[in-house]
Design a protein around this ligand. Structure first.
Ligand SMILES: [Zn+2]
Ligand SMILES: [Zn+2]
Length: 334
């Protein structure tokens, strides 16, 4: 099968042919239709996350059809379309798993990081961690729901009942969260890099009532802010925009160092927290909610072989919505 492989972090992916994997016990073999590109893929490829499996097939927002079942799988049938997310395996026995917090599992393995992912024509996945994909989403539109959507959903929950919601970094996740937030009757304020008028216009198109530079103050105080950009300096900036009792949620897996800031910014019962990974519960909740709204994902597509170009375009902030690799072009027309 065709695959894009990371041999060493910091080097471009290599296009090659490898054997189609066999599904082990509890696993399914998928024919991959599409795989969305996440900022976390960039952190893996750039070597900002420690100890990836090497060589590695990246990608953890996979939409595929089950071709073959391993022993003991009775959740799905061959021919079912499923999504494979970042959370690829948990031990089910640690204190986090046993308390409904499998996203924090001490022994978790992640797709496209410790397990080969979806930048390939086939992949195998633990059936317990796959999600059925809502029927009304074509492959390309469904793929970004699997991380940008799920992590965005979890982040929005941690923003509580905030009416005035700030979003820092208007990429794949924010463009989905904005739609959910507006649907829930919240008011959205979008912050982008200075002078990124295109992203600001995109945010307004999706219902943001204000969009501006992350260096600006919004026209009024916010109740919560979610930071999607991997920039630590945005933490004190966001704290400076939230009202007393407000929360700043850091949604990314990697961020540059947070500069020191005066205690005054945190005073008044403001809080800062991170969001890590996802639970299967998050996935089921969000994939039920998305078609009800309905969330529309905007995608920029690249053929599988152009994965490096997709990553570089994401790195330079030139993606409107989500970048998606088209793996099986025959199947992706539908
Ligand atoms: Zn665990
Ligand atoms: Zn992701």
């Amino acid at each position: 099968m065709r695959a894009m492989i990371l041999d060493v972090p910091g080097k471009p992916l290599r296009a090659t042919e490898v054997d189609v994997p066999e599904p082990g016990e509890g696993q399914v073999l998928l024919r991959v239709h599409a795989c969305a590109v996440c900022r976390t893929d960039l952190h893996v490829v750039d070597g900002e996350l420690p100890d990836p499996k090497l060589p590695l097939i990246p990608g953890h927002q996979i939409v595929g059809t089950i071709e073959k079942m391993g022993e003991g799988v009775n959740r799905f049938e061959a021919g079912t379309r499923v999504g494979v997310p970042w959370l690829g395996w948990t031990d089910g026995t640690c204190r986090y798993c046993l308390s409904g917090r499998e996203n924090l599992c001490e022994n978790a393995s992640f797709t496209g990081y410790q397990i080969d992912g979806g930048y390939a024509e086939h992949t195998v996945a633990d059936a317990r961690f796959c999600f059925p994909i809502p029927d009304n989403y074509p492959h390309l539109q469904a793929a970004p729901l699997l991380c940008a959507g799920l992590i965005g959903h979890r982040s929005l929950r941690f923003a509580g009942d905030a009416e005035r919601l700030g979003l820092y970094g208007f990429g794949a996740s924010a463009h989905i969260v904005a739609q959910v937030a507006v649907h829930e009757g919240r008011r959205v304020f979008a912050f982008t890099s200075p002078n990124d008028e295109e992203a600001q216009g995109f945010a307004r198109d999706l219902g943001a009532e204000w969009a501006g530079s992350s260096r600006e103050k919004p026209p009024e105080e916010l109740d919560a802010a979610i930071i999607f950009a991997p920039v630590g300096a945005l933490v004190p900036a966001a704290l400076g925009t939230v009202a007393r009792g407000g929360t700043v949620v850091c949604a990314g897996i990697h961020m540059s160092d947070i500069p020191s800031f005066p205690y005054d910014l945190l005073w008044g019962e403001r809080s800062v927290r991170s969001v890590a990974n996802l639970t299967r519960q998050d996935g089921h909740e969000f994939l039920t909610l998305a078609p009800e709204i309905p969330v529309r994902t905007e995608t920029m597509t690249f053929p599988l072989e152009k994965a490096n170009e997709a990553l570089n375009t994401l790195r330079s902030g030139q993606i409107r919505g989500a970048a998606v690799l088209v793996v099986d072009s025959r199947q992706t027309e539908s």
